[in-house]
Design a protein around this ligand. Structure first.
Ligand SMILES: NC(=O)C1=CN([C@@H]2O[C@H](COP(=O)(O)OP(=O)(O)OC[C@H]3O[C@@H](n4cnc5c(N)ncnc54)[C@H](OP(=O)(O)O)[C@@H]3O)[C@@H](O)[C@H]2O)C=CC1
Ligand SMILES: C=C(/C=C/[C@@H](C)[C@H]1CC[C@H]2C3=CC=C4C[C@@H](O)CC[C@]4(C)[C@H]3CC[C@]12C)C(C)C
Length: 602
C-alpha cells in the first residue's frame, strides 16, 4: 500500500502538465506524510457515538436549557446583594471550610480535594482520583463575584465564578478580564489551578499571570493571602498548574482592562504549499520582525486579539482584532460591517471565518461579549461531531437558541464506553510550544494525528522570579526571537480537537500511543501539555515536562504532603488501586522528579 502511494505521488510530480501542480506535489511529498494505516472494523461504540445526537436533542439540550436558566437565577440573586453582604457570606463560608478540614482524620479519611463531581468539570480527564478514597471539601457556595473595583481595576472572585458570569457583569461596564478564556463554563478556580489562555494572551500571558492575589486555606486551616511580593510569594508562583494540591483557593483578585463595545476583526486568508508557509503567515499576523522596533515595548502588540485557524495543510485564516468604540463603528458606513455573531441563527464562528478563503481578506465589527464567547456555541468545532447537522440553517433557526449542550451534561450522559472512545479515537489536546517550534509541531501533528481544523493562539510565557512548573526556554532572552522580550518568551497554544484523519477514513488509530508520542515530542522541544487533557505520562516524564522544584518546596513548607494529593497522582490516567491510594496517602517526598538531572542554567 505504501509503495503504491509513493509511486503514484512520483508519477504525479513527473508527469503533471502544470508546473504549479508539480510544485505543489513536490512540496507535499517533502512534507511529513501521514502514516498509512490498516482499515478498522466498526464496533458497537462507533454506532453509539454516531447516534448520540438523539440523546443530545431530546435529553441533553432541554436539560442544559433548564440549568442555564437556574444558573441565571442564582446570578441575579447574587447581584441583588451588596458587595458587603457577599463578603460577609464569604467569611462565613470560609469558617465552614476550616471546620470541615479540622474534622478530618488523616489516618483514615484520605487526601483532600474539592467535592466538585468529575462530570461537572470542563476537562476531559477521567478525574480518577475522585473515584477512589478522598476527603471532600464542598466549595459550591463560593460562586460569587465579591467586588468590581474600578479604581484598582481589580475583580474579586470566588473560585466557582465562571467566564460567562464575569463577562455578563463586566462588559456592560466596558471592563473585562485581561484574559477571557472562551468557554462560558470555565471557572476561575479551574483556570488558576490548571491553566487558561485566549486571544489576548500574546500580551498578558496565561490566566494566572493576570491574578494579583490569592486567598488560600492551607492544610492546617490557616487562611493566607498570597501576592507577588509578600511573605507567601513562593506560594503565589507555585499555585498555577498545581491542580489544587497546595491549598484550597477561596478567592482571587484579578486584573481588569478597559474595553470598548466592539472588536474590529480582520480575517486574512493564507494559502501555501506547506504547513511552514501557513506558520509564517500566522507569525507575520502578529509578531513584528525582530529589529523593527524595541521588542521590550508593549506597544509592539498593536492588536489586542490574535488567533489563526488552520483548515487543512494548505489553508488558514489569520485573525487579528482590536477594540472599536460605538462612534467609530457608526461613522464612515462601518455600521454595515457589524456582525452580531452571538445571535442563535448565525453561522458557527469557525465556519464563518473559513469564508475568508473564498471571499478574500475582510473586516467586521463584532460586539465585544459576543467576540469573547465566539467559540462557545460550537465548542470550537467539536459540536459538528456531536450534532452533525447543527450547523445547517434550518437547525440554527429552529433550535440554535438551545445551543450549546452543557459540557457537564454531555459528560454525565456519556457511558464509560463513549468516554474511552474519546481517549482512543479522538484527539483533545493543547500543545504549548515555543513560537519558533510551531512549524515543526504542526508537521509532527499532521503526520501522527491529522486533526483539522487547528487552533493557533500565541501566548507569553513569563520568566518569573521563581522557576514555576511551566517556564520559558533557558537563554531565550539572549536569543530574542520574534515575539520574545527580555521578560517573556512567545509561545503558541496549538489546539488539536477533533476526530483524527485516520478515524474519519475508517482506519486504525491508537489514541494512547499518539498522545504518548506527542508528550515525548513536547518534552524534547520544551513544550507543555495542558492538564485538562488526558495524559499518558509516567511520573518521571511528568517531571521532565514540568519543573517540580518550587512545587515540592511549597508542598513541604505549607504542610501539603500527607494532606493534599500530589499533582502527578491527580494527572495520572486510570482508576486508582487500593495500593496506590495508600501509597499516595503515606507518600513522603520521594518523587521521581528528585531523581532527574535538572537543568541548572536557569
Ligand atoms: N480557554 C482555555 O484556556 C480552556 C481551558 N480549559 C481547561 O479547563 C480547566 C478548567 O475547568 P474547570 O471545570 O473550570 O475546573 P476543574 O473543576 O476541572 O478544576 C481543575 C483543577 O483545579 C482544581 N481546583 C478548582 N478549583 C479549586 C479550588 N477552589 N481550590 C483548589 N483547587 C481547585 C481542581 O481540584 P479538584 O481536583 O480538587 O477538584 C482541579 O484539579 C482548566 O484547567 C483549563 O486548563 C479547558 C478549555 C478551555
Ligand atoms: C483548551 C481549549 C479548548 C478546549 C475545548 C475545545 C475542549 C475543552 C473540553 C472539551 C470537551 C469536554 C467534554 C466533552 C464531552 C464529550 O462527551 C464530547 C466532547 C466534549 C464536549 C469536549 C469538547 C471539546 C472541549 C470543549 C483552548 C481554548 C485553550
Amino acid at each position: 500500500m505504501f509503495v503504491s502511494h509513493t509511486l503514484s505521488k512520483c508519477l504525479l510530480i513527473e508527469f503533471s502538465p502544470c508546473p504549479q501542480a508539480r510544485r505543489l506535489f513536490t512540496a507535499m511529498s517533502e512534507a511529513a506524510t501521514p502514516l498509512v494505516r490498516p482499515k478498522r472494523k466498526k464496533v458497537w461504540v462507533d454506532y453509539l457515538v454516531q447516534f448520540r445526537w438523539i440523546l443530545i436533542i431530546f435529553l441533553v439540550l432541554p436539560m442544559s436549557l433548564t440549568l442555564y436558566f437556574l444558573d441565571y437565577l442564582r446570578e441575579v440573586k447574587s447581584r441583588h446583594k451588596s458587595y458587603k453582604q457577599r463578603q460577609i457570606k464569604h467569611d462565613e463560608n470560609i469558617i465552614k471550610v476550616i471546620k470541615r478540614l479540622k474534622k478530618r482524620n488523616p489516618s483514615k479519611d484520605g487526601l483532600i480535594c474539592t467535592a466538585r463531581n468529575p462530570w461537572v468539570t470542563v476537562g476531559m480527564r477521567n478525574v480518577d482520583y475522585k473515584r477512589a478514597r478522598h476527603f471532600k471539601v464542598d466549595l459550591s457556595a463560593f460562586s460569587n463575584i465579591l467586588e468590581i473595583d474600578q479604581e484598582r481595576m481589580i475583580i474579586k472572585c470566588e473560585p466557582l465564578v465562571n467566564m460567562g458570569q464575569i463577562t455578563r457583569a463586566t462588559v456592560p461596564m466596558n471592563l473585562a478580564l485581561a484574559v477571557v478564556p472562551e468557554l462560558d463554563d470555565l471557572t476561575v478556580g479551574g483556570l488558576i489551578n490548571g491553566s487558561g489562555l485566549e486571544g489576548s494572551s500574546h500580551i498578558y500571558g496565561l490566566f494566572a499571570d493576570i491574578v494579583v492575589a490569592y486567598e488560600i486555606i492551607l492544610a492546617d486551616g490557616r487562611v493566607v493571602r498570597a501576592t507577588k511580593d509578600n511573605e507567601y510569594s513562593d506560594l503565589f508562583y507555585a499555585i498555577p498548574w498545581s491542580q489544587g494540591t497546595l491549598g484550597l483557593l477561596t478567592c482571587a483578585e484579578i486584573k481588569l482592562v478597559h474595553i470598548k463595545e466592539f472588536v474590529k476583526l480582520n480575517y486574512k486568508p493564507v494559502k501555501g504549499d506547506t504547513l511552514n508557509d501557513l506558520t509564517k503567515g500566522y507569525i507575520d499576523s502578529f509578531a513584528r520582525e525582530f529589529g523593527d522596533d524595541n521588542n521590550d515595548d508593549d506597544e509592539q502588540n498593536v492588536v489586542e486579539f490574535v488567533e489563526t485557524l488552520i483548515y487543512n495543510p494548505h489553508e488558514a485564516v489569520c485573525m487579528t482584532g482590536s477594540f472599536a468604540s460605538r462612534e467609530e463603528v457608526m461613522s464612515n458606513g462601518n455600521s454595515m460591517k457589524i456582525n452580531r455573531i452571538g445571535w442563535w441563527f448565525k453561522p458557527w464562528f469557525y465556519q464563518h471565518a473559513q469564508t475568508a478563503l473564498m471571499r478574500g481578506e475582510f473586516v467586521e465589527y463584532i460586539p465585544t461579549r459576543e467576540y469573547y464567547h465566539r467559540h462557545t456555541r460550537s465548542y470550537f468545532w467539536e459540536v459538528k461531531l456531536l450534532l452533525p447537522f447543527a450547523d445547517q440553517w434550518w437547525f440554527r433557526f429552529l433550535l440554535g437558541w438551545m445551543m450549546p449542550p452543557k459540557i457537564s451534561l454531555l459528560k454525565a450522559t456519556q457511558f464509560e464506553a463513549v468516554r474511552n472512545y474519546y481517549h482512543d479515537m479522538h484527539v483533545l489536546q493543547d500543545l504549548l510550544v515555543p513560537l519558533h517550534k510551531v512549524s515543526d509541531a504542526l508537521e509532527w501533528a499532521h503526520q501522527e494525528m491529522e486533526v483539522y481544523p487547528i487552533w493557533l493562539c500565541p501566548h507569553r510565557l513569563y520568566k518569573h522570579p521563581y522557576k514555576t512548573m511551566v517556564y520559558p526556554e533557558p537563554g531565550f532572552e539572549q536569543e530574542r526571537r520574534r515575539g520574545d522580550t527580555a521578560y517573556a518568551q512567545m509561545y503558541t497554544d496549538i489546539g488539536l480537537y477533533y476526530a483524527p484523519g485516520p478515524v474519519l477514513r475508517g482506519e486504525a488509530f491508537d489514541g494512547s500511543r499518539a498522545v504518548s508520542q506527542m508528550e515525548h515530542w513536547l518534552i524534547e522541544n520544551h513544550g507543555f501539555e495542558t492538564q485538562y487533557a488526558v495524559s499518558e505520562l509516567s511520573e518521571k516524564d511528568f517531571w521532565r515536562m514540568f519543573d517540580g522544584e518550587l512545587y515540592e518546596k511549597c508542598r513541604r513548607k505549607y504542610g501539603c504532603v500527607g494532606n493534599f494529593m500530589s499533582v502527578y497522582y491527580k494527572s495520572k490516567k486510570g482508576r486508582k488501586t487500593e495500593k496506590e491510594v495508600q501509597e499516595a496517602e503515606n507518600a513522603y517526598l520521594e518523587t521521581a522528579y528528585a531523581k532527574l538531572d535538572q537543568p541548572t542554567d536557569y
